[in-house]
Design a binder for this molecule. Sequence first.
Ligand code: KG4
Ligand code: ZN
Length: 357
Amino acid sequence: MRDWTVLGIETSCDETAAAVVRGRAPGPGTILSNIVFSQLDAHRPYGGVVPEIAARAHVERLDGIVEEALSQANVTLADLDAVAATAGPGLIGGVMVGLTTAKALALATGKPLVAVNHLEAHALTARLTDGAAFPFLLLLISGGHCQLLGVAGVGQFRLYGTTIDDAVGEAFDKTAKLLGLPYPGGPSVEKTASGGDLKRYKLPRPMRGRAGADFSFSGLKTAVRQIVQAGNVNTADVAAAFQAAVLDILSDRTRAAMAMFRDDFPDTANPDFVLAGGVASNHAIRAALTELGSREGFQTKIPPPGLCTDNAAMVAWAGVERGQLGLFDGLGTAPKARWPLDAHVGGRLARPETVGS
Ligand code: KG4
Ligand code: ZN
């Protein structure tokens, strides 16, 4: 298979992004351009993402960002092998903007469309950056998700564990709010924690040691709230204690999933262990899980922080991988607010659809 050049579009949350990537499976590939316009300033006054503001900002910005991505990559639409866009899960208004734009480009140029699952795009990023090999164990930690999955191939996921309440990014964001730290929460908790004493406050480790590999974070959040409500808190120490608890929980649940993965794929020597999603940009988490990986005989592969948080290079790469397998999507493809990974992302090798079908 020759290298493919794919345009990717990402608009599922509060980043308006377009990128051009070149390569072929299993990677690594080359990022020719990667434009991310963060809407942080528009949402900051509200302390969270406002869906209507996000959708409007995507509409206003996306055309220019696509043009910028193409010109920085020094390619034209005619050079593309496919156009890829996030089709879900995410804020539906934003997903509609990106997917509709991709459909319009596909229709106008006759290039095939790839409708990408945002979570699969996160999952495959370590192949773009490090050529991670199937099957690998994936810890997906983002604002909306916290899951451990075995990834056997494109569209082939086996769920080992998931959160039974909050996602880990959500726990970071809520803790930041409780502590009065600035939006967005994850990076501010990390920064504040680095100056704190992680032993001063005792926090629970929900689910640690339990059978299976599920997570729970709501008890942790409640414990933080109780400490804050008791008054007179040292913010840095609470942030450090919170981050230490998250590290322990993630390490314990990942160790359990590593055993499940070994049972599923006994013939895979030195399997890859991949971290993905916005929370994987946290340096303490990266370090702790890399250490766990090497103790357990896994090769840990984590994309650089800027490719862990939302971006379009990961969407373009998912477009390369799916497109090269003939997994195209028709122009009638609907955007999806919910689209879980273990529902297989259209898992079976679907009959390739041609543009316009
Ligand atoms: O993957 P992502 O950019 O968007 C989703 O698909 O959800 O993840 C965003 C989440 C937010 O909850 C944010 O607070 C968290 O990732 N996050 C972090 C860090 N950077 C972003 N959490 C902890 N430490 C960080 N450095
Ligand atoms: Zn994401």
